[in-house]
Design a binder for this molecule. Structure first.
Ligand code: BDP
Length: 691
């Protein structure tokens, strides 16, 4: 058990359960012979054989206990109406066909059948009853994508699970087995697209040689229902073919992109489209030519439009020398462009307005651009949440954001409804997760990080799924449905992200991580070239108080939210306490809802975060008899690292803020282990993930 098998482990089940599964899998009835269907059948065979030791054969006729895979095309008379399942949905039902009790998986496409098969296998592995199934499921969001920040040299930006799984050098000739395993894992969650390369893109990914490499991957992924997309570098026409400009309104530039799109589609007929990071963190873009993001996006959109492609244009922008609060800049740039984007453009917005912090209020663009389909961008890789070793399950973060109410059209205008298109009637919908995948045997840098990939996929399919239900599913699949494992593991997971918030950035603090690699605390950093790169810019702590005033007396970022939300946020008494210092600069003596002072409350949260990790250690240790040794030992060692680093975060933060406010610690809270200079002197020149 080294984690390679993810949640598709199919380990032997106990005798009674095995008999039960066997009775529902006397054979497989299908018709058609597409590669996708072949994968579905092979997966069922693999799963059932793994769980029961029995091989199941394809049947030519119905038999009691058969598994039937059918679409309306196959001509099978089905007791299921597939009408509203769309292209990717499925239904599974325990039913009778020709007098025989069977399990029917029905869909409108073989892709839908594949998703249905994975669902059935999830039930079988997860210990669910298999004799009375009656369910229907269709994805709420159309494009469910991973974004790989993988570089052509094999490194991964913010990757903590080893090098890239794309072996660009040996592609297209050598297609290692890992590519199909990758596709299989994604298909099992309903992920249907992948952006292969880093948003900080190199022009070379658009050369004929690299297009051929991408095409080889697309070929492997296609039967799994996964399309490939590419990130593009804005100045590619200049860098690759010597054009004098990358001005989006220049006809030669548009012609270059059109020809490039045609070339890509010749190699990859179902190519998904382009992802673009432009005019952001030093990347070139249309603003370099005094054009807007819409001008840029629409020019690319025209190039892919004849082929059915799309453009995902990122709203993660903030400008050098722009004195405006960084949290406001994306909205300032994009809100005025609402209604100006072509109909095959989506604007991809990070969940919060700064950058994937342990906690951020939802991005004010959600709900503010009704005429533009907005995509969600979550970060699955944990750049700011403990990287590979901390156990910080992201399901609750995803859920918190998706459920947040924008009030754009009154109460209930949740972020989920913005991105699933229902709020504003968009048919083009999408969600992206920045992948946490690398060549590590366990794919994600730790066993528990696999749960974040899992949760992203499941919640992309259904953004209303509660994080806890997803954690239960995952724990049952990753370990065993045994409640003696699932209950404590889920309990650990569910509070783990809040614990990281507590020991890193309590009460709405943000971006206090060390420079560059973002590993560990650096709240004192104040000497970086751009003001908004410095932690002191974000916390604004001084002798009298702490926090970023984003009300009317400060940057007025609150005004970017709908009026009800803005009003609620503008008052420290009504703003959620968890976001307090994001929106308010307050005296250290400010009274929290608990009655304690802001400073005491901060310290108590740091303490609570550390204590939570200790609790997780105790829980995990108690599970030793029930967990396989390799995964037990990895998690135990990582929790030890997390415990040490939580303390480090707490102590360094307290030492620094105390040097600013000179206040005593509340009774019962221990002094930091070292003085502030010791924390400042720590350096990590080879910390992974920032290349
Ligand atoms: C930040 C990362 C940086 C990425 C950037 C982005 O620190 O490495 O390039 O976001 O999303 O989180 O473009």
């Amino acid at each position: 058990e080294d984690g390679y098998d993810l949640w598709l482990r199919y380990r032997p089940v106990e005798a009674a359960r095995s008999t039960d599964i066997a009775a529902r899998t006397t054979g497989i009835v299908t018709s058609g012979d597409s590669p996708t269907l072949a994968i579905a059948v092979a997966e069922l065979q693999r799963g059932v054989e793994g769980m029961t030791g029995r091989q199941i054969a394809p049947l030519s006729a119905l038999r009691p206990g058969a598994l039937v895979l059918a679409t309306p095309r196959t001509g099978t008379a089905m007791p299921i109406d597939t009408g509203r399942l769309g292209d990717e949905g499925y239904a599974i039902r325990s039913t009778q066909m020709s007098g025989a009790p069977v399990t029917l998986i029905a869909a409108n496409s073989d892709r839908g059948l594949l998703y249905g098969v994975y669902h059935w296998l999830r039930l079988a592995q997860g210990g669910a009853a298999l004799d009375r199934i009656d369910l229907r499921s269709a994805p709420r969001i159309g494009l469910r994508l991973l974004n790989h920040w993988d570089n052509l040299d094999g490194t991964v930006e913010r990757g903590y699970a080893g090098m890239s799984i794309w072996d660009w050098w040996r592609l297209p000739d050598y297609k290692g087995p890992r590519y199909a395993d990758y596709a299989r894992a994604n298909a099992s969650l309903g992920i249907n697209g992948t952006v292969l390369n880093n948003v900080n893109a190199k022009a070379e990914s658009l050369t004929p040689a690299y297009i051929a490499k991408a095409a080889a991957l697309a070929h492997v992924f296609r039967p799994y229902g996964i399309r490939v997309y590419l990130s593009v570098r804005w100045t590619a026409p200049m860098e690759l073919d010597g054009l004098k400009t990358a001005d989006p309104l220049d006809p030669q530039v548009a012609a270059w992109w059109k020809a490039k799109a045609d070339e890509i589609y010749r190699a990859i007929p179902d190519f998904g489209g382009f992802l673009v990071k432009a005019n952001s963190e030093g990347q070139p873009g249309p603003q370099d030519y005094k054009r807007t993001h819409a001008d840029g996006a629409n020019m690319l959109a025209a190039a892919v439009k004849p082929h059915g492609g799309i453009v995902m244009w990122r709203a993660f922008v903030y400008q050098h020398d722009n004195p405006e609060d960084r949290a406001k800049q994306a909205y300032s740039d994009f809100k005025p462009l609402d209604g100006q984007f072509a109909d095959n453009v989506m604007v991809q917005v990070k969940n919060g307005a700064i950058d994937f912090q342990p906690r951020e209020p939802f991005h004010p663009l959600f709900g503010a651009m009704p005429r533009t389909p907005l995509m969600m961008e979550f970060q699955i890789t944990k750049e700011y949440l403990g990287q590979s070793t901390h156990l910080t399950y992201l399901g609750p973060l995803f859920e918190e954001v998706l459920k947040a109410d924008t009030f754009a059209k009154g109460r209930g205008s949740t972020v989920a409804k913005v991105i699933d298109g229902s709020l504003d009637g968009h048919r083009l919908t999408g969600i992206a997760g920045v992948a946490n995948i690398g060549v590590d045997r366990d794919w994600s840098g730790s066993i528990f990080n696999q749960a974040d990939w899992y949760a992203f996929g499941r919640m992309a399919w259904n953004p209303d799924l509660p994080a806890e239900a997803v954690a239960r599913e995952w724990a049952a699949l990753a370990f065993s449905p045994d409640p003696r494992i699932v209950d404590p593991v889920v309990a650990m997971m569910m509070g783990s992200r809040e614990a990281a918030v507590d020991y890193m950035t309590p009460l709405g603090l943000s971006h206090v991580m060390a420079t560059g690699h973002h590993y560990g605390p650096g709240p004192w950093v104040s000497d970086l070239a751009r003001p908004e790169w410095n932690p002191v810019y974000y916390h604004k702590a001084d002798a009298s108080g702490i926090g970023f005033d984003r009300t009317a007396s400060g940057s007025d970022a609150v005004a970017q939210y709908a009026p009800q939300v803005a009003k609620m946020l503008a008052n420290p008494k009504t703003a959620p306490e968890r976001d307090l210092l994001w929106f308010h600069h307050l005296p250290w003596s400010y009274r929290l809802k608990s009655g304690e002072s802001l400073w005491d409350g901060m310290v108590h949260r740091y303490d609570r975060g550390v204590a939570y990790v200790e609790d997780m250690q105790r829980t995990w240790d108690s599970l030793r008899p029930l967990i396989d040794p390799e995964r037990f030992a990895q998690t135990q060692a990582f929790l030890r690292i997390q415990r040490r680093e939580a303390q480090w975060w707490r102590d360094a933060s307290i030492a620094y803020f105390q040097s600013v406010n000179r206040l005593p610690l509340p009774a019962g809270s221990a002094k930091p282990a070292h003085d502030l200079d010791w924390y400042k002197a720590q350096s990590f020149p080879f910390a992974p993930g920032h290349w």
